[in-house]
Design a protein around this ligand. Structure first.
Ligand code: GDP
Length: 207
């Protein structure tokens, strides 16, 4: 897709939905600390010209826990936005008060339910953890919306051996009721799987 830069478009809370950018959007979901910001940064770096200083860094925004954060990705050649990433609020964060938790759910649901640009929903799970009820709930909600979905296991570099990784991936697969060959694996530290993930994202946008 010839992406040269990524720009932060804004953080949208509660009833405020991000404006439509008129390009396919990829939504990223997952519990807090799963590696969502690391993956978004890695994806943007691996797709963009590294010398480009316009590339926004996805970081921890303490005040923006409950917001949908929208990033646009530009192609210089095409002179316009070609894709957008929606960073959805992290769930399963025990420390959140009930009110904030409701805001988190509302922001995610409002976004997912109304977003016609959505080309793919990516649910991130930490490969070292057994899936939680939250993970299953989010996955079920995505299936209900008839969205193309990809489950991605993060932090695979943290596993001590290939065997340990395969055993754990099988637990994740069964725990989430995924077909053989899933989840898709990535490491934002080594970059493993990131190129292939770009291919999946691009394919999802062609449909
Ligand atoms: P978020 O809360 O989902 O946005 O999670 P972050 O991207 O902030 O990551 C949480 C922690 O996990 C940070 O300390 C990251 O450095 C670390 N982390 C994220 N991805 C990976 C990965 O692929 N491998 C390893 N080893 N650590 C990772």
């Amino acid at each position: 897709r010839d992406i040269d830069s990524m720009t932060f478009e804004g953080a949208y809370l509660g009833m405020r939905l991000p404006p439509s950018l008129g390009v396919p959007e990829i939504a990223f979901l997952g519990r807090s600390n799963v590696g969502k910001s690391s993956l978004l940064n890695r994806l943007s770096k691996s797709a963009t010209n590294a010398s480009n200083l316009d590339t926004a860094t996805v970081g921890k925004t303490p005040g923006a826990t409950a917001s949908v954060n929208l990033y646009s990705l530009q192609s210089k050649k095409k002179g316009k936005n070609v894709l957008a990433f929606a960073d959805l609020p992290g769930f399963g964060y025990a420390k959140l008060s009930k009110g904030v938790k409701e805001d988190v759910e509302m922001a995610a649901e409002r976004y997912l339910g109304k977003r016609k640009e959505l080309a793919l929903g990516i649910l991130l799970v930490d490969c070292r953890r057994d899936p939680s009820d939250d993970d299953r709930g989010v996955l079920a909600a995505l299936y209900d919306m008839n969205l193309p979905i990809l489950v991605v296991a993060t932090k695979i570099d943290k596993m001590s051996s290939k065997n340990a990784l395969e055993n754990q991936l099988e637990k994740v697969r069964v725990g989430l009721g995924l077909p053989q060959g899933q989840p898709f694996c990535i490491s934002s530290v080594t970059g493993e799987g990131v190129k292939q993930l770009w291919t999946i994202i691009n394919d999802a946008c062609e449909d």
